[in-house]
Write a protein that binds this ligand. Structure first.
Ligand SMILES: Nc1ncnc2c1ncn2[C@@H]1O[C@H](COP(=O)(O)OP(=O)(O)O)[C@@H](O)[C@H]1O
Ligand SMILES: [Mg+2]
Length: 498
C-alpha cells in the first residue's frame, strides 16, 4: 500500500546568489498541500530568499522549480500569483488609509460594464470569508485594526485570488505576544482548508506547535527536512546552529563567596505588587529571578533600579543609594529593559546615539560634546559585545533583534556598572544571537559584575544562573542553588503561592 502525498511544488538543486553572496545552494525540497511547512534557521540562513524564490520575487540562479510536476519560471510575484503562489511579506503590504474591503478586493472587483459593482464585489469577498470562516470588519480602515487582523486581510486577499500556497515570512515578529496564538490558529486553519503553507520563523516554539514539516537551513544549505513531530527544541537548536546543546550555555565561574554582596535587598515591599523581598548578590554572581508571568519579577527589578517606589532597604556597594533612578544609575546600576523597543532603544536614531544615551555627560567638556572620544569608546564597546553593524550612524532599526539587544548591552557596559539587571535579555532574538548574549552575561560576571537575570525561559535561568530566587505572587517562594537548582524544584516553587 502506498500513501498518497499531494506534492504541490518540487525544488531541485535550487540555488541563489546575489553578486558575490551565495544565499542558497543545492536545495532539494518538496512542498505538500494541506501541510504547514516550516523553514527554520538563523538570521541570514536563506529562509526569506527561499520563500521569495517560490513566490516569484527572485528567480533562482540554479536548479528547477516544478509546480504540479511541470517546471515553472516566474518573472514576477504577479506571475507566481497567477499560479496560486502568494507571499505574505515581513512588512505588510496593505494600504492603511483604505478599508478592509478595498484592500481585499483591489484588482479583483466585480465589474458591470466599465463600472465596479460594489455590491457584488462585497458579496464575493463575504463569500470568501464565509468559506474559510475568517471574519473581518470590511468597513474598518486597515490602519486602525490590530496587526493580526491586518494579516487576516492579507490572507483573505490571497484566498480571494485562489491561492494554493501561502508563504508567511516571520509573521509573528511584529505581533504582540497575545496575538501569536490567533495567528498560528489561522495558519493551521489554512492547511486544514487544503492550502500549502510555508511558515518562516526563527521561533522554535511556534514551529514545534504549529507546523507539520520542518526544513532546517544553515548558511544557505539544506540541513534536513522531516516531520515536526520527530523534532524537539534541542534537535532544532542543534540543526540550526550546528552545535550540540551542551554548548548552548557558557561556563560560568563560581563567584567568590568571601566577598561582600554588591546588592542587599531587605524587606522590599510595594503594596499589592510584591512583599518582603530579601536577597543578596555578590560580585561575579548571576542570580536568576524566576516566576510565572505576573509574579512580580519585573516589578521587583524596577524597584531595585528606583524606577518604581518601594519600601524596605536597598544597600548597594555597602552603602545607601539615593531613591531616584538617576542616583542609582550614577551609583553603578544598569538595566537591560524588558521591552527593548518601548523602554530601551530609539529605534530610528543612530547606533552611536543609542549606545551613549544616559552616558552623554562623560563626553561633554567645556567645548561641548567630544564626538571623537564618544565614537572611539562606542566602537570599542560595540566590538566587545560582538555587535554586527555597517556604520555607527545606521539607525538601530537596521539591525536584527539580537544585534539591537547588543546595543543595550554596549550601553550598559559603557557605564562600567557594578550591577546589571537584565530583564528578558534574549526575548525575540534567534538562537545563535542568544548564545552570544549568554556569553556577554557570563563575561560580565567573570569580570566581577553582579547580575540579576529575569527570564521566562526556565532553561535559560537554569543554564546561566549561579542561584535562583523564585517569586510567586509577589513573595519569595524559594531560593535554589547547586544540586537543588532543578527544573522541577523551580516549577514547584513558582506555583506554590498560586
Ligand atoms: N536582495 C539581496 N541582495 C543581496 N544579498 C541578499 C539579498 N537578500 C538576501 N541576501 C543575502 O542572502 C543571505 C540569506 O538571506 P535571507 O534569505 O534574508 O536569510 P534569512 O531570511 O534566513 O534571515 C544573507 O547573507 C543575505 O545577506
Ligand atoms: Mg528573513
Amino acid at each position: 500500500m502506498t500513501t498518497r502525498v499531494d506534492t504541490l511544488l518540487t525544488l531541485s538543486g535550487v540555488g541563489k546568489t546575489f553578486g558575490g553572496t551565495v544565499a542558497l545552494e543545492g536545495i532539494d525540497l518538496s512542498i505538500e498541500t494541506g501541510k504547514v511547512h516550516a523553514f527554520v534557521g538563523e538570521n541570514g540562513a536563506g529562509k526569506s530568499t527561499l520563500g521569495k524564490l517560490i513566490v516569484g520575487v527572485h528567480a533562482p540562479s540554479a536548479g528547477r522549480i516544478a509546480l504540479d510536476g511541470a517546471e515553472v519560471h516566474f518573472a514576477s510575484p504577479a506571475q507566481a500569483l497567477d499560479h496560486g503562489l502568494v507571499g505574505i511579506s515581513q512588512e505588510l503590504s496593505l494600504m492603511p488609509q483604505r478599508t478592509v474591503l478595498d484592500n481585499i478586493a483591489l484588482g479583483r472587483e466585480v465589474m458591470r460594464g466599465p463600472f465596479v459593482d460594489a455590491r457584488a464585489t462585497r458579496a464575493a469577498v463575504q463569500a470568501v470569508m464565509d468559506r474559510y470562516d475568517m471574519q473581518v470588519d470590511l468597513d474598518a480602515r486597515v490602519g486602525d485594526i490590530p496587526v493580526v487582523e491586518q494579516q487576516k486581510v492579507e490572507i483573505l486577499r490571497a484566498l480571494s485570488r485562489d491561492a494554493r500556497l501561502i508563504v508567511f515570512d516571520e509573521p509573528t515578529a511584529r505581533l504582540p505576544s497575545d496575538q501569536v496564538a490567533p495567528l498560528l490558529a489561522l495558519v493551521r486553519q489554512l492547511a486544514g482548508a487544503g492550502k500549502a503553507v510555508i511558515y518562516v520563523s526563527h521561533f522554535l516554539e511556534e514551529i514545534l506547535e504549529a507546523t507539520d514539516t520542518v526544513t532546517i537551513l544553515r548558511n544557505g544549505r539544506h540541513i534536513r527536512t522531516g516531520p515536526t513531530a520527530s523534532e524537539t527544541h534541542e534537535t532544532l537548536v542543534e540543526g540550526v546552529t550546528g552545535s550540540v546543546l551542551g554548548e548552548q550555555y557558557p561556563e560560568i565561574t563560581a563567584p567568590d563567596a568571601a566577598q561582600a554582596p554588591v546588592l542587599s535587598v531587605r524587606g522590599l515591599s510595594r503594596p499589592g505588587v510584591f512583599e518582603n523581598v530579601s536577597f543578596d548578590i555578590r560580585p561575579g554572581e548571576i542570580v536568576g529571578l524566576a516566576g510565572l508571568v505576573g509574579s512580580g519579577r519585573s516589578e521587583i527589578a524596577r524597584a531595585i533600579l528606583g524606577a518604581d517606589p518601594a519600601t524596605g532597604e536597598i544597600r548597594f556597594n555597602g552603602g545607601d543609594t539615593g531613591r531616584s533612578i538617576a542616583a542609582r544609575l550614577a551609583a553603578g546600576m544598569a538595566m537591560i529593559p524588558e521591552n527593548r523597543r518601548e523602554q530601551g532603544l530609539m529605534i530610528d536614531r543612530p547606533i552611536v546615539e543609542n549606545v551613549t544615551l544616559s552616558h552623554l555627560r562623560r563626553f561633554s567638556g567645556a567645548l561641548g560634546l567630544d564626538r571623537r572620544r564618544e565614537r572611539a569608546e562606542v566602537t570599542q564597546q560595540c566590538t566587545a559585545t560582538g555587535l554586527k553593524y555597517n556604520s555607527l550612524d545606521d539607525p538601530a532599526a537596521a539591525l536584527s533583534g539580537g544585534n539591537q539587544q547588543k546595543i543595550l548591552f554596549a550601553r550598559a557596559a559603557l557605564g562600567d556598572p557594578a550591577l546589571l539587571i537584565a530583564d528578558e535579555p534574549t526575548r525575540g532574538v534567534d538562537v545563535g544571537a542568544k548564545r552570544s548574549i549568554y556569553d556577554l552575561i557570563a563575561g560580565l560576571a567573570a569580570r566581577g559584575k553582579a547580575i540579576l537575570l529575569i527570564s521566562s525561559e526556565l532553561e535559560e535561568i537554569l543554564g546561566l544562573s549561579h542561584r535562583v530566587i523564585v517569586v510567586s505572587r509577589g513573595r519569595v517562594a524559594g531560593e535554589l542553588e547547586g544540586a537543588d537548582l532543578t527544573e522541577s524544584a523551580l516549577m514547584t516553587a513558582a506555583f506554590s503561592g498560586t
